[in-house]
Design a protein around this ligand. Sequence first.
Ligand code: NAD
Ligand code: GLY
Length: 371
Amino acid sequence: MTTITPSNRIRVDLERNPYDVVIAAGHLALIGDELLRSGVTPGRRILVISNADVAGPYGDICLNSLRQAGFTAELEVIEAGESQKTPATVALIHDAAYRQKLERSSLMVALGGGVVGDMTGFAAATWLRGIAVVQIPTTLLAMVDASIGGKTGVNHPRGKNLIGAFHQPRLVLIDPTTLSTLPEREFRAGMAEVIKYGVLGDTALFDELERCEDPSCAAGVGEERLASILKRSAAAKAKVVAADEKEGGLRAILNYGHTFGHVVETLCGYGTWLHGEAVAIGMVAVGELAVQRGSWSRAEADRQQRLIAKCGLPTAWPDLDPSTVLQSLQGDKKVQNGRLRFVLPTTIGRVEIRDDVNREQILNCLKALRA
Ligand code: NAD
Ligand code: GLY
């Protein structure tokens, strides 16, 4: 069992309702004590939301810990997968909240990947006009990104995450041992968001991943490097979120690779490409756009593409009709006054937010990607 040193506890230092991200191996079994110690919930009633993949190995560990600490805890199992990230599934969580008589002082716990986390967060944001939520991410992607920062929501058939709310968790508990059951493809998908942090600000992290012989699986990454990746990524996200909670400006950099990535997810059909895979394709695409606009060097774009490929992630732009792509881009959340906003790299470790990308540049970029 890892003891929690200050470096395993990262503060998301928001002005209102700051919270901790705790990273500790084996700590899922201590979630009950952690809740008592940190006082994140005044109530005794807890609804844990998970899916069969996660509830199988980890549901009882979580429930037993909560019950031993004196909470009344029940588990609600929802269907797995991006295609289930819909208002209908959130309604099922609300039904469970009603059955379990959740009150304003009650707590929802998201035990799972980003899909469970985003939907549980949204259900908590909307039940009784907002109750507390704790995130226990069990995928690499959710550990480094989705569980931190309070973006919650579901997909609309025409666009990713178009329905949602900002609702910060009271606590994020990362237990890296839960990654032992995560399929390798899902681990790789998480690496896309880690590469993202490298490109948008952490050159040392990017270099470290380049030096790693096999960053495409947990065994290749190794325990020590994984611990460092989790800490650096969580710290990077916490810093950006604390500076700009509701994405008034800076936080948009976290969407690096996501503008094109969301198009890939939406147009190819939710679940065809995993979110992280679509982000990988999106980072290659926006890298090409930056090269074409003359703001990024071909050498660095190639370096990014090599690392993405080394992590076993896809890099090829799918065969999509360019005019449909343009239409889908217009539906993105980041469109402001009809202008598309892109996060473009200028060097590895630095990005800029631009709203002067025109139609021709996008079409030329798509052509180059298909060539
Ligand atoms: P996911 O939640 O679909 O999980 C991936 C798969 O792994 C699922 O089948 C799940 O059941 C399974 N799984 C999860 N943990 C497991 C474990 N420990 N062992 C075995 N199987 C396990 O996918 P994801 O990549 O975690 O999350 C993607 C979602 O997160 C997308 O919907 C994306 O939009 C969202 N997201 C949100 C934010 C945010 O800030 N809120 C950020 C990034 C991504
Ligand atoms: N994943 C983007 C954000 O949290 O802002």
